[in-house]
Structures are given as structure tokens and as C-alpha cells.
Write a protein that binds this ligand. Sequence first.
Ligand code: SF4
Length: 237
Amino acid sequence: MTRVARILERVLGVPAGATPLPAPLDMLIATILSQNTNDKNSHRAYTTLRERFPTWEGVAGAPMRSIRSAIRTGGMANQKSGRIQHTLEKIRSRYGAYDLSPLADLSDDEVFEVLLDIDGVGVKTASCVLLFSLGREVFPVDTHIHRICGRLGLASGCRTPEQTFAAVKELIPKGRAYTLHTNMIRFGRRICRAVHPACGECPLFADCVYPEKRRERSIRTNASPADHDFMLLDNVR
Ligand code: SF4
């Protein structure tokens, strides 16, 4: 994993993290909204929700149909509106307020325990709160990262992102969880796509155990135009 992190950093750079870090409750709701949709739609849903309801108290007390309407662009509005209000109620009953800042005083395992106790919050969502809001060395595994780790032979036999999370968590180089996660997401969207990965332009070709990689390389599939940096790969192989 250290070699993968190093190669992706050479090719994609070291992404700047958000400052200040987003509040844990904001990140939790944003991550719930991101489930089963793309970044653009989930961002629009989150922005509209916060514009219509500037406080989490307002979201918790609003009619369900108003929440549904605000987050419609993010898809699955029926399920997500209920999940969001349930999440807010659970947090208020635990901490007496719509606020997850007490998580900062807990260990990683304790944070997982609190968040996984909320219906609809899984390991990936909890990991995102830990990494992006609390600045912990936790490596969220979504479908892109699960796929890439499988192709790179880092999570052999893992059938779900949760299994891959458990398999790779001890392999993450110290201090690089944020950079590696962010770079792997970009790599998965642009190069190591689910269908017809651009193996001919891949900086990790030599490391990859994906049986179809040579066949995919022979098919002319281009990385997105923004990825000319992957053409510099000879320097890092
Ligand atoms: S060679 Fe192809 S399948 Fe393997 S990691 Fe690279 S893009 Fe993914």
C-alpha cells in the first residue's frame, strides 16, 4: 500500500484538506445524502437543505415532505429524509443537542460505536466522519476503493467494501490516510473505472493482478482529458 500511495502522490499530487474541518454532524448528514448518487447531485441536495433550513433544529422539526423536497436532487429522497430526521433525533437524545462535537473526545472505536448505532449509518459513513471531520487516520472504503484494492491484490477474497475496510486498515501508511483515500477516489473515477478501465494509461499496471488488464490495455480507452498527468507514468514505474 505504501508503494501505491507513493505512485499516486507522484502522479496526482497531495490534495489539500479542507480548513477548517467541517463539523461532524454536517459531515454525517452530507455523507448520508451522498449515498447512491454522484457528488454533484448530493452537493446540490445538501446545499438546498441548508439554504431552506439553516439549523439542524429546523431540519428535525420540519414536515417530512419539506425535507424530501429540499433533497430531491440527491435521489432516494423518501428514504434519506426519514434517515436524516431519525439521525438527528438519535443525536439529540444522546447528547441533548443537535451536535456531534463530543465525538472529538472519543477514541476511533468509540466514535464507530456511537455512529454505527444509528440506523442507516454504516462503516463507510462513520469512517468519513472520522477522517474528514475529526482528522483521524481512518481510511474510508467506498465502491471505487473496494474495486481498486481488489484489482491490486490488496484485499483478496473481500466481497464487500466493509470486508476490504477491515483487510486494508493496517496497511495504510502512517499519516497518509487522507491523501491516499482522495487520490484513490480520483484514480477510480478517471482510470481504474468499473467498466473498461484505462489500463493502458495506468501508473499501477505493474502492481495490478486484474486478469483482464492486458486485454483492457489493448482496447483503446482514454482517461478523461484532465488526466494527462497519467502520461508521466514512465517516471514512476
Ligand atoms: S491496470 Fe487497469 S485494472 Fe489494474 S489498477 Fe490499473 S486501471 Fe485498474
